[in-house]
Design a protein around this ligand. Structure first.
Ligand SMILES: *[C@@H]1O[C@H](CO)[C@@H](O)[C@H](O)[C@H]1NC(C)=O
Ligand SMILES: *[C@@H]1O[C@H](CO)[C@@H](O)[C@H](O)[C@H]1NC(C)=O
Ligand SMILES: *[C@@H]1O[C@H](CO)[C@@H](O)[C@H](O)[C@H]1NC(C)=O
Ligand SMILES: *[C@@H]1O[C@H](CO)[C@@H](O)[C@H](O)[C@H]1NC(C)=O
Ligand SMILES: *[C@@H]1O[C@H](CO)[C@@H](O)[C@H](O)[C@H]1NC(C)=O
Length: 516
């Protein structure tokens, strides 16, 4: 036994001399090192040859003489562990087999990639704040470098959108809602999602990728109908308009009441849904005196109100789908018609007509010859009575009134300037007022294009008249406290021109006088 122990190293040494050997069997090589790396020298005894065994990693190695070389550019992602099997043969008999391992070290050599270029996600407007909008699994980028840690950033493309959404963490690309959505103002929000495979931006190597996120807000029924014009609105709430008007007692009024600050009009607060509105009176309709048009909201007084009284009507505007409704107050004050006479805004109206133009031809407005001249008085107290005003010419049979228009009574045969008195008669209150119309009969047809004609070369005529008209309109609007669009009064606050539909504008009366 003792003898064997002493002999063993000698025997091994003797045997070694007869077999192949290497002094290193494990290597670490960085990926992407260029091919042809010399790994080691193989000791091959006399009379033997060394070859790569069939279970070596294919194509990875090469033996030249007794030297082992790496034959490829190692790629960690493709194969991180390479094996060379060295067969040492005498003639065709394998005497020894050695294994050499190469471990490929990872390098950051792959960029991250998103599984999409543009991702469009619909988000219901009523999504709760802090809720996950897109799960992490759908937004994660892939990186072939298994050891890379990915860092994500969300960059707004739609200005202001970053207030609404954020990522849960720099390494967790779950999209979360931070603030209540508002379809009306922010229907779509676009972001750039950026991923980097390093924490810092300016290290080498570092790779990035970007993708686009589009969040389409789907309107939800969040808001009730709004009575316009809202006296305050921030897009979520509206302080509803309340409407009022004075009417004369003892008279049956034809047509819908002209209310201040405008007709009863409600819209679905959710513009994206825009349900039709149904109107009704839910309280205060004593003796069925009032009637509201369910579709238009037009309010009419069905019979004459015998004595002075103030009516407080509660008017409801309900979405046609019955989901939501609002209620506002309409105040109608019946007052004795005091008999205050109608008023002409101007003391002189200027018109023009061509010589020989015939009978029953409309006098044109000297300030705007393309339009007929209109003479209109107003009841200072009850605008609803404006329709009850009739007009006639008192002292000149060459002209006559047709409603608010002035027509020729005879064919004009003399050029010149003629005057006539126009009387307005409020047939309800019997109040009257007069004004004067000046008609210039000229040789030429008045030109609607605005090229000065003989009738207009007096110059100031046109300007004066125009100015009077405009300053009157401006004064009216000022009294309303309302911004102006053309000569359409707009609701005073909260609704920009864009937000007001054309329909709304059309429904607001032109030239209604200021509230009493
Ligand atoms: C390995 O063997 C080679 C010769 O084959 C020699 O040059 C080298 O120094 C040896 N390395 C070690 C670590 O023994
Ligand atoms: C929102 O985006 C969609 C397409 O993504 C587009 O069709 C729509 O017009 C956009 N809406 C607005 C208000 O930009
Ligand atoms: C409702 O009233 C408006 C004016 O306030 C008028 O233009 C419209 O024609 C009326 N509609 C109906 C159905 O009477
Ligand atoms: C009619 O009355 C007006 C105003 O009093 C006057 O200016 C005008 O000259 C009169 N016209 C005629 C034809 O009497
Ligand atoms: C005004 O109209 C009323 C009702 O038609 C009539 O009775 C009255 O005589 C008229 N007044 C004048 C001054 O024409």
């Amino acid at each position: 036994m003792g003898t064997w122990a002493l002999l063993l190293p000698l025997l091994v040494a003797a045997a070694q001399a007869q077999v192949c050997s290497v002094n290193k069997t494990f290597f670490e090589v960085k990926e992407n090192t260029s091919p042809g790396l010399h790994l080691l020298d193989i000791y091959v005894p006399e009379g033997q040859q060394v070859t790569l065994g069939p279970s070596s990693t294919r194509f990875a190695f090469r033996i030249q003489g007794t030297q082992l070389f790496l034959n490829v550019t190692p790629d960690y992602e493709e194969n991180s562990r390479l094996q060379a099997v060295l067969d040492c043969k005498r003639d065709d008999t394998v005497v020894t087999q050695l294994r050499v391992f190469v471990s490929v070290l990872d390098a950051n050599d792959n960029p991250p990639r998103f599984p999409f270029v543009v991702k469009v996600q619909r988000v219901p407007e009523d999504t709760k704040v802090k809720a996950a909008v897109i799960p992490e699994t759908e937004l994660k980028a892939q990186d072939l470098d298994r050891n890379d840690i990915l860092f994500y950033t969300l960059q707004e493309v739609t200005p202001g959108a970053s207030g609404f959404f954020s990522l849960v963490g720099a390494n967790r690309p779950e999209l979360r809602l931070d603030r209540s959505l508002d379809f009306d103002r922010w229907p779509n929000m676009t972001f750039q999602l950026l991923v980097r495979d390093t924490r810092e931006e300016n290290v080498e190597p570092s790779h990035t990728a970007t993708a686009t996120l589009v969040l389409e807000v789907q309107p939800a029924d969040l808001r009730p109908p709004w009575f316009l014009p809202c006296t305050y609105s921030d897009g979520f709430v509206c302080i509803h308009a309340q409407y009022h008007r004075a009417v004369p007692t003892g008279h049956t009024l034809s047509g819908p009441l002209i209310l201040h600050p405008g007709p009863i009009y409600a819209v679905d607060g959710d513009r994206g849904i825009n349900q039709p509105i149904v109107y009704s009176i839910i309280r205060g309709n004593e003796d069925g005196l009032f009637s509201i048009d369910a579709n238009t909201g037009n309010l009419t007084v069905t019979k004459s109100i015998p004595s002075p009284k103030t009516f407080f009507l509660l008017v409801k505007a309900e979405q046609a789908d019955h989901t939501r409704y609002s209620v506002t107050q309409v105040t109608v004050e019946a007052r004795a018609a005091g008999g205050s006479p109608p008023r002409f805004p101007q003391s002189l109206y200027r018109g023009t007509v061509a010589l020989g133009s015939g009978v029953g031809v409309a006098i044109r407005d000297a300030a705007a010859p393309s339009q007929p001249l209109r003479i209109r008085a107003q009841d200072p107290e009850f605008p609803d009575l404006n329709s009850a005003i009739t007009y006639r010419i008192t002292n000149n049979s060459d002209f006559r009134m047709d409603g608010e228009a002035v027509l020729t009574g005879t064919s004009p045969v003399h050029a010149g300037v003629f005057y006539a008195e126009v009387e307005a008669n409020n047939t309800v209150t019997s109040g009257t007022a007069t004004t004067v119309v000046e008609v210039r009969v000229s040789e030429q047809e008045p030109t609607p294009t605005g090229t000065p004609t003989s009738s207009e070369t007096a110059g100031t005529t046109r300007d004066l008249s125009g100015t009077t008209h405009n300053s009157e309109a401006a004064g009216l609007l000022k009294a309303w406290g309302a911004p102006q669009c053309g000569n359409q009064p707009l609701p005073p606050i909260s609704f920009t021109q864009r937000e007001l539909s054309d329909q709304t504008l059309e429904r607001h009366h032109v030239g209604s006088p200021p509230a009493p």
